[in-house]
Design a protein around this ligand. Structure first.
Ligand code: ATP
Ligand code: LTN
Length: 341
């Protein structure tokens, strides 16, 4: 009798993404990036990292850097990154990232790196420390992605140019040596929220904004969140509706929609005849409520260092096993003598 053959399960597509542990995680990071990552974990093979090697392209205070990294790790777990479904590790724990980055540096042109707008912006912002790492940042990012043969990379608009360069590097290498790296595509989430500054709603909410009223941190206290929303810049029309030129209100509507799941039409109906004061308080309260369970879980996790260590170590172990195969393949193709170690 012949055994019935189960059809082979389709390989889940691989997603890679990373975020830098460079400071407080903002509502912009949460709604624009992390919430999307959480939603992808069942459908895809997700590999996430804290890009701490990227963070030292800007000078860090050692104790603060260590603390920021652990806090970001705990916070992302609290947001719903699940290490039983995905890998979530600290980039510097997986040495293949630095190794492949060096190799890729030798397949990346000076001219290409010079054209990166983030390099131009950051070298202007940190004119006293325009280091080589800041310049070669995109080849480390390419290594992060290519090591896992990622099919898709969820990134914000600001990182699209780096992803384009990653694709060029992969295609160039494959062109010389034959198929080695999967050429990744950008993943643009269906519900891509771009959260704008509460003080200058024409520019994105950014944790490096000097004006602390411009951003809300995921770990901000409820009273601070309420105060920041009450002070949010709006317009003089005093009518809650989505329209061109109403950047402040559009942004608050976007935030309210993202945390409540309501549509813009529903929001306009809900606040018909009400003023901006009522609306701002409603947005603040909805944000506070949606962050409350995340904050509670964060407080529990940050007190359990042993558990955090177990999570990031196990993910790093698996990430190393996967990524090592890619580095070895690339090195073999280039012509390095195989190490017997
Ligand atoms: P910095 O102020 O140092 O530039 P940032 O707060 O802009 O930091 P990044 O570390 O550059 O954040 O980005 C982490 C992730 O969060 C990226 O995927 C980015 O696209 C996303 N992100 C950052 N800010 C926003 C925002 N305002 N709205 C939506 N997504 C955002
Ligand atoms: N450069 C990104 C963080 C980052 C990343 C990556 C994102 C590092 N490596 C690989 C996607 C894929 C940032 O600053 N947002």
């Amino acid at each position: 009798m012949q055994a019935t053959q189960e059809p082979a399960p389709a390989r889940k597509k691989v997603i890679f993404s990373a975020i830098q542990p460079s400071g407080t995680i903002t509502l912009g990071n949460y709604l624009g990036a992390i919430k999307n990552w959480v939603a992808l974990q069942d459908e895809y093979r997700c590999i996430f990292a804290l890009a701490d090697l990227h963070t030292i392209t800007v000078r860090q205070e050692p104790a603060k850097f260590r603390q920021n990294t652990l806090q970001a790790y705990a916070l992302l777990l609290a947001c719903g990154i699940d290490v039983t479904k995905s890998l979530f590790f600290i980039q510097s724990h997986v040495h293949t990232h630095a190794e492949l980055a060096w190799i890729l540096n030798c397949y990346t042109q000076f001219g290409e790196l010079s054209r990166m707008t983030q390099f131009k912006d950051k070298s202007a912002a940190h004119a006293d420390n325009v280091n080589a790492g800041l310049f070669t940042y995109p080849s480390l990012m390419a290594a992060d992605i290519l090591l896992y043969q990622a099919d898709l990379v969820p990134v914000g608009l600001d990182q699209k140019q780096h992803l384009e360069l990653t694709r060029n590097i992969a295609e160039r290498f494959n062109g010389i040596y034959g198929a080695t790296f999967t050429v990744p595509d950008a993943y643009i989430p269906k519900t891509g929220a771009k959260i704008m500054s509460l003080q200058e709603p024409g520019k994105k909410m950014s944790k490096s904004d000097e004006n602390a009223n411009a951003w809300v941190a995921v770990l901000d206290k409820p009273e601070d969140i309420l105060r920041k929303f009450k002070r949010a810049v709006t317009d003089s029309e005093a009518k809650v509706r989505y329209a061109e030129g109403k950047d402040g209100i559009n942004n608050l509507m976007g935030i309210y929609a993202a945390v409540t799941g309501k549509t813009f039409e529903q929001i306009e109906a809900e606040f018909d005849g009400k003023g901006y004061g009522d609306f701002k308080v409603a947005v603040a309260e909805a944000v506070i409520e949606s962050l409350r369970p995340v904050q509670a879980e964060y407080n529990r996790l940050i007190a359990d260092k042993a558990y955090l260590e177990q999570c990031y170590t196990e993910s790093a172990r698996q990430a190393l096993a996967i990524s090592r195969r890619t580095v070895e393949k690339a090195m073999r193709k280039i012509g390095f003598v195989k190490s017997a170690l």
